[in-house]
Design a protein around this ligand. Structure first.
Ligand code: PEP
Length: 260
């Protein structure tokens, strides 16, 4: 049985480090008794250092992106970039890669693939986002997700697959998408099974089974239970609702209370 994981993606929020630290301290207090859920918060880069100084063994830190290369000397002439090594040295354990909001800036599967390799070699666990823009009647969305999974994971050593977390985030359900629609656990289940089969085809069923698959897209404290119980996933990636410490912690509580 894989440990369930709840990840908060703060995106470009909050506006001050003070608010970020207050959120984190409060969350650390509220989850101090949690036992079975792995909890990860991915704030903007700028807050990682301060948050890494707040003592908690329950909440781990993730970044929202990383540089695609691991320069041999550890650094280099890459203005504006942050390397996986820098993140690792700060105590960061995870990194979101291939998020649809970064793909909208031109990031493609090949760049995500490089970033995954760099992150893995620096000791980070990649949270790789995949997901279609729309669902079409001829089910082309399966091909889109299959291509993303295959291209993003091309050439990754089989020994590393257990460190990879795949987050299925259909863009049509993300909170900031115009005219968004709610996804239901059936949507998540169908795609989680399909992603597992795709992973199995490119590795082996045993290796595919070690990869954690998450659902993300407007998950909140009201629908998290459905996704966690019936969506065939090993956790959820939470955007908007993770900005409220109460909502996020309620999702963790729901996960803790699940019988699995
Ligand atoms: C996300 O974009 O990673 C996400 C999960 O967003 P939201 O929950 O706000 O839809």
């Amino acid at each position: 049985m894989k440990r369930k994981i709840i990840i908060g993606n703060w995106k470009m929020n909050p506006n001050t480090g003070k608010v970020a630290s207050k959120w984190f301290q409060e969350a650390a207090r509220l989850v101090s008794r949690s036992k079975k859920t792995e909890i990860v918060i991915c704030p903007p880069f700028i807050y990682l250092d301060n948050l890494s100084r707040i003592r908690t063994s329950k909440i781990k830190l993730g970044a929202q992106d990383t540089f695609a290369e691991n320069p041999p000397a550890g650094g280099g002439p890459f203005t504006g970039e942050v390397s996986s090594e820098m993140l690792y040295n700060l105590g960061v354990g995870y990194v979101i890669l291939g998020h649809s909001e970064r793909r909208a800036f031109g990031e493609n599967n090949q760049i995500v693939n490089k970033k995954i390799k760099g992150a893995l070699s620096a000791g980070l666990r990649p949270i790789v986002c995949v997901g279609e823009e729309e669902r079409d009647e001829s089910h082309k969305y399966f091909d889109i997700v299959k291509k993303q999974v295959k291209e993003c994971l091309a050439g990754i050593s089989r020994d590393s697959f257990h460190k990879i977390i795949l987050a299925y985030e259909p863009i049509w359900s993300i909170s900031t998408t115009k005219a968004r629609r709610d996804a239901v656990p059936d949507d998540s289940r169908e795609m989680a099974v399909f992603i597992r089969k795709t992973l199995s085809d490119i590795t082996t069923p045993a290796i595919a089974n070690k990869v954690r698959i998450l659902y993300g897209g407007s998950v909140n404290e009201r629908d998290a239970e459905g996704f966690l119980r019936d969506g065939r996933v090993d956790g959820v990636l939470v955007g908007q609702a993770s900005l409220s410490v109460e909502k996020f912690i309620e999702i963790v509580r729901i996960c803790e209370a699940l019988k699995n």
